[in-house]
Design a protein around this ligand. Structure first.
Ligand SMILES: Nc1ncnc2c1ncn2[C@@H]1O[C@H](COP(=O)(O)OP(=O)(O)OP(=O)(O)O)[C@@H](O)[C@H]1O
Ligand SMILES: [Mg+2]
Length: 237
């Protein structure tokens, strides 16, 4: 399997505060990799370094062998890096369908865009039902579906998901995670960042545990789930 994403010795700061402290992470093509950690561990900062909206202090981000550490966010979208951001960030006054269309803003080919939109409506029938309504009228879970759908409309080579379970009731969390598994099974490469370690590690091929800006453990998803230290710290067992 080819390495798609390779993060080496990555550090990033907010002013003098170092939020990411020398992280090494790899994601192979077709893999579902989870990065779990508590509130403030640096998960979002790391994702934003990958998508290019957060400056990197040192270290590198490589995508499909190419060093993209200093590339613009737009350039990275063009390469196939697509993010569903923390807190969904859908455009409330715009319709559901226009939000989805926005995800394809860099693409041409109306027929292919339409076909992808149909696939997303198949995946999330509620979005189809509400396609003409303002996105702001959707529930939290539906907005999460929309954020994932919008990211998929870019036809990503890697999908970055920032806490898709945040603020959702357990049944909805289960639904979102089932969708993530379906996407992985269809061949999508996924880097999933979560506070909900239990749910994320249960579906991940491999996982990383992040603590205050550093990776403290990495293993197969199932092995981390069974790890005593992880259980104590993150699973409340
Ligand atoms: N805009 C900012 N300015 C200053 N410090 C920030 C900023 N954003 C994040 N930080 C700090 O950087 C560290 C990492 O934050 P980050 O948001 O990456 O964590 P996180 O793991 O995504 O947390 P959460 O699970 O709550 O989303 C924290 O100490 C946070 O306070
Ligand atoms: Mg975060």
């Amino acid at each position: 399997m080819a390495t798609l994403l390779e993060i080496s010795g990555l550090t990033s700061h907010y002013g003098r505060i170092q939020a990411v402290k020398g992280i090494d992470v790899t994601v192979q093509e077709g893999e579902l990799v989870a990065l779990v950690g508590a509130n403030g561990a640096g998960k979002t900062t790391l994702l934003r370094c990958i998508s290019g909206v957060q400056p990197v202090t040192s270290g590198s981000v490589k995508f499909a062998g190419e060093d993209i550490t200093r590339m613009s966010p737009e350039g990275r979208v063009a390469l196939g890096i697509s993010q569903s951001p923390e807190g969904r960030q859908v455009f409330g006054p715009m319709s559901v369908e226009d939000n989805l269309r926005l995800g394809a803003y860099r693409r041409s080919g109306a027929a292919a865009i339409k076909a992808d939109m149909d696939r997303i409506y198949e995946m999330f029938p509620i979005l189809h039902k509400k396609r003409d309504l303002p996105a702001g009228t959707l529930s939290g879970g539906q907005q999460q579906m929309l954020a994932i759908g919008r990211a998929l409309m870019a036809r990503p080579r890697v999908l970055l998901l920032d806490e898709p379970s945040m603020g959702l009731a357990p049944l909805l969390v289960a639904e979102i995670f089932r969708t993530i598994v379906t996407l992985k099974e269809a061949g999508t490469t996924i880097f999933l960042v979560e506070q909900n370690a239990n749910a994320a590690l249960a579906i991940a091929d491999r996982g990383y545990v992040l603590e205050t800006g550093s990776v403290v453990l990495t293993d197969q998803g199932q092995a981390l789930l069974a790890n005593e230290k992880v259980k104590e710290a993150y699973l409340g067992l």
